[in-house]
Write a protein that binds this ligand. Sequence first.
Ligand code: GLC
Length: 798
Amino acid sequence: MITNTELEYKGDLYPSKIVSYTQDVDSVYFYTDNNVILKLTVLRDSLIRFRFTTKGYFSNDFSYAIDKSHSHGYNHLEISEETTYYKITTTKIVCKIQKADLRASILDLKENIILEDELGFHWEECYEFGGNIVKMSKSSRDGECFYGLGDKATQLNLKGKRVENFATDQYAFQKEQEPLYKAVPFYIGLHHKQAYGIFFDNTFQSFFDFCHERRNVTSFWAHGGEMNYYFFYGPSMQDVVTSYTDLTGKPELPPLWALGYHQCKWSYYPESNVKEVAAKFRELQIPCDAIYLDIDYMEGFRCFTWNKEYFPDPKRMVSELAEDGFKTIVIIDPGIKIDKDYWVYKEALAKDYFCKRADGPYMKGKVWPGECNFPDFTNPEVREWWAGLFKELISEIGVKGVWNDMNEPAVMEVPNKTFPNDVRHDYDGNPCSHRKAHNIYGTQMARATYHGVKRFAYPKRPFIITRSAYSGAQRYTSSWTGDNVASWEHLWIANIQVQRMSISGMGFTGSDIGGFAEQPTGELYARWIQLGVFHPFCRTHSSGDHGNQEPWAFDEEVIDITRKFVSLRYQLLPYLYTMFWQYIEEGTPMLKPLVYFDQEDIQTHYRNDEFIFGNQILVCPILEPNAQGRRMYVPKGQWYNYWNNTLVKGGKEMWVDTKFDEIPVFVKAGAIIPKYPVQQYVGEIEIEELTLDVYYKEGKEKSVVYEDGQDGYDYKKGRFSLLSFQMTGKEKELSIQLHKDGKFNTNYSKFKINFIGLPFEVQKVRIDNEDVEFDTNSFNIEQSLLISKEFSVLHIIG
Ligand code: GLC
């Protein structure tokens, strides 16, 4: 049994001296004396792939993570030979490979070292399973910081930490607990104001050590597979994250309703209970778009069946819920009950689609339904079959989204909580054991589910959510952070996890609001919903065995706070949708930790709590009971307190007063924030005007608003509307230039423009260079204008 090996081990082997090299278009191969080959591929001027073999030849190159449509192509690639090293130069970086031992260093064009091998690539032969434990160590620089790695429940900056990637069902996990549900072997390093990234694309159990074992060393290693990693040069974190996201892929737009509020519990049943919960949302006027059915809707937890006692007519129920604006989302787990009378089991058995043990029997393990077999989602034929299973749920019953759970894969009552190592997988024609397929299993399940739901939901968009994921899963699915706990500490964890997922390419993520295990107090629930509405995915969920966690399980004050914040989310839907669009277009994270927002400011490097929602709204949750406010860091620039419109100058830590029905929220000066009226669900009302909250600043600032049909695929054919606003503030004048793109005509015809922070009394309003009549008095009271959306330049003159 291999344990968590120490980094330096006396059995470690190292590359010896380079004896030759060859170049093949974008790749350079370096051959050593002891059969090691380094294949260095220049994908872009700032993106290099390093792939090593110790066998003298490479095995088939296959990755689930890499998006086939990623951009590649460089401007310049030059290789030259120096006395002790080879030098590869692109338009962005220089990479030196030492002749003596294959160690690499990467420099910017001014010869500043960005990242350099310490021991570099080395390995330990693995007698038990064959192959190698592959290892890499890099020198770490003074003051270097590390971010990324998916869902880790620890401080945002990973300096000093060791983390493990092995997807694990970690019920009621704790702070610092390792490993968790997801495996995202990607990190961002930052030193001397320069950021770079490493993506170690290896699905075996892997580890990253950020100066934990040795002070100035960062290392990563995996229990099998290849040393195969990508290096991204910044110099900004934005460059690193967007090119990682380009490489591993972006999602399509979700239907707008999926950005609404979701309500979940284990479990709502029978039908009357589901209806009651839905009705109560409408009665209390707390917006809600989706309601979830957890495992009890099924017949004995058999996937793709219904318990007819609880749900005698699912199609009718789903359509009645839909009439009231609720989309029904159902859970589907990977375990298929061993039951000779169950159609899904029979089909999979007949087609031989279940995972097998090394010696032939099917992999058998206990989950909710009892003994189960598990489809091999790494087999394309199995994925195709699985996709087809959704026909009835989606096309006939009208379910709108599917929730994939237990796909680490989780197995109950066994010590390692998952499949044994010897289980076989197809791995898309690269047969392997579970050691290699474990971390990717959940993603392949979500991928198959996505294709099924998409096929049958067409021409509408699918919605999928998964618990387990590997890099690239964002192409198919959203995710949540698993079984957290109703505690203040977990609120802190959730805030960090969702930010971390966001800069790890997987932005459509949220936590179980209020906590899954145990019961939150009303205060904790309120603080959690206040944060949760600023997370890309926003759902309350609870294990249900400690009482209720709907907003009305708490007192009036908490109900009011929930209504206030969920309504705010619905007002901000066009803002949220725009940031989602920037994510799918550019790979821009929807939430930006402060360090991402301003990496030059070292004050941001160790901040955990504050983040930027989209581009222009600063949010900081309240993470303690009885708070009257909190200290927080406001990044450089000018910010308006959202609740009272006072202007603060950032670049410092400050105390911010808050009432119980507020958390610190600030809007960047110069921003134009689009808002819809509050709706109880997306599409409830016809939107007659788009509200634009204009936050005055002296100087210039750009804002954009993306809209489309809110569902369907017409947006891909140019039927979208992109409004680009450029605001320019002067001492006695404010102008807004509007540029429009796209072929979609929004239903509303007017903008209601609210001016915030105008430093002058308005004397004149000019639209497209013509003075317009307006009521000075009422303007000065309301500070707002209702104007046609068809304008190019608006001048407000003092
Ligand atoms: C797992 C999931 C949780 C779900 C429960 C029952 O614990 O993480 O969200 O409610 O299983 O399906």
